[in-house]
Design a protein around this ligand. Structure first.
Ligand SMILES: C[S@@+](CC[C@H](N)C(=O)[O-])C[C@H]1O[C@@H](n2cnc3c(N)ncnc32)[C@H](O)[C@@H]1O
Length: 418
């Protein structure tokens, strides 16, 4: 199994970014099309067009297309326009996915840091370079947003006045991860200055309204859209969505959380940043006013470090370097894990477990020196647990209070703890 296969098993969530760039290209973004070619991705709908679809259904599917593209087009383009109006800022795009933003900003001479999981960055760095050539101002960095050190490593002495942009990220985090990400970004802003703009709350609250307006409130099409997207979401990434306070329907709870995490919140009306022409609506100009009305209610959330937070950014992750030491004795896989186990580090554990071969009848995991575990790390532990015929022969020792809390809030304790 190669590195990319291991990463796919550990955290399949990066696959969600593929359909985003496919949809961007489908909505007419020429840079996205160049990226699709450079990355070797097929166009949106290619999988679908291989299957014979009845003629009357094809017509329906065609009508649904604008509903797919509008979410991605507006999310990407409104953020682009906001970035373009904040000329002094250096952009930290977290997560950059496979978007063409770096290519676009390279033409404007802006400083851009594309930040995403290693599985994405390994492909994006070379793909963008093949289009724009070497460019010191537009760089890509493998990070895990829950891992402060990986984020800080992306920046340099000259980094300042950051505009951290987030579209399509926070829904993948459980509460403990969300808290880490918030405190990591707060520390980055304390060190480099700037603010953090998030689109995810607005789309959580209003994406259905945007889609309904785009489909002219046609009940049959709207229901069909919901059915197809639910199925696609479940198969693309085997992860839970919206499983933290950030997606609580009660706005008050989210605002409290933001305050507790040391931020002040400012709202920015998204309608002011919509492009003059929304390409996804080209075939349907009559619905445009209703779509723009929905955006009148949608807000980017801009977070700045609260004035009362004066403490210097503490080294948030005072963790031991990650290390996995394992051996197999009489069919027992004995392993000790040190440091923080996240999307970047967890593939090492999976690799050692796979190298141990078949015939493992029991697993002992010593986590007494494990500082933190993210969903990706939990997924690997669960894979190991599931591989055993006799589930009682999985044993985890040295569980700290912090790790226990993560296991309990994610529900993994019912498998991994006795
Ligand atoms: C739905 S995509 C959105 C990407 C991009 N912003 C866009 O609009 O196309 C979600 C992205 O989040 C990234 N991601 C998920 N968990 C992450 C983490 N812990 N740290 C950094 N990136 C992460 C995935 O790799 C993926 O690229």
């Amino acid at each position: 199994m190669n590195n990319q296969d291991l990463r796919e098993l550990v955290n399949p969530v990066f696959n969600t970014a593929k359909s985003c760039v496919q949809l961007s290209a489908a909505s007419g973004d020429k840079d996205a099309q160049r990226l699709l070619d450079a990355l070797g991705f097929p166009p949106f709908g290619a999988q679908m067009s291989n299957k014979p679809i009845p003629k009357e259904m094809l017509e329906q599917v065609r009508k649904l297309f604008p509903a797919y593209t509008i979410i991605i087009e507006t999310r990407f383009q409104t953020m682009n326009r906001l970035i373009e109006r904040m000329e002094e800022r250096q952009i930290a795009d977290l997560p950059c996915g496979y978007t063409s933003r770096g290519i676009r900003l390279s033409r404007q001479g802006r400083t851009y840091f594309g930040l995403d999981l290693p599985a994405v960055i390994d492909a994006m760095g070379p793909a963008v370079e093949s289009i724009i050539g070497k460019n010191k101002a537009v760089t890509y960095h493998a990070v895990d947003a829950t891992n402060y050190e990986s984020l800080e490593n992306a920046f340099t002495e000259d980094s300042r006045n950051l505009l951290v942009t987030t579209e399509g990220l926070l829904m993948y985090f459980v509460q403990s991860e969300l808290e880490k990400v918030f405190s990591n970004i707060r520390c980055l802003l304390q060190k480099y200055g700037g603010s953090w703009v998030i689109a995810d709350r607005a789309y959580f609250l209003y994406d259905k309204e945007v889609v309904a307006a785009t489909l002219n409130n046609d009940p049959q099409l709207t229901a069909m859209y919901a059915a197809v997207t639910n199925r696609a979401a479940a198969t693309t990434a085997d992860v839970k969505f919206n499983d933290s306070v950030f997606f609580d329907p009660d706005d008050g709870k989210v605002r409290d959380f933001i305050r507790k995490m040391g931020f002040e919140l400012h709202e920015i009306c998204m309608a002011d940043y919509l492009p003059d022409q929304i390409a996804s609506l080209n075939g349907n100009p009559e619905v445009e006013p209703a779509v723009r009305d929905v955006f009148g209610k949608m807000k980017f959330w801009e977070l700045t470090v609260a004035k009362n937070v004066t403490s210097k950014p503490a080294p948030v992750d005072i963790n031991l370097p990650f290390r996995v030491v394992s051996e197999v004795k009489d069919g027992v896989f004995e392993v000790s894990i040190q440091g923080r186990m996240d999307t970047i580090t967890a593939p090492e554990l999976l690799k050692q477990f796979q190298n141990a071969g078949t015939g493992i009848r029991a697993i002992h995991v010593d986590v007494s020196r494990m500082a933190y575990v993210s969903s990706a790390g939990l997924r690997v532990l669960l894979m190991m647990y599931k591989s055993l015929e006799n589930k009682d022969s999985f044993d985890m020792t040295g569980v700290s209070d912090d790790v226990r809390e993560i296991l309990e809030t994610t529900g993994f304790d019912q498998f991994l703890l006795k």
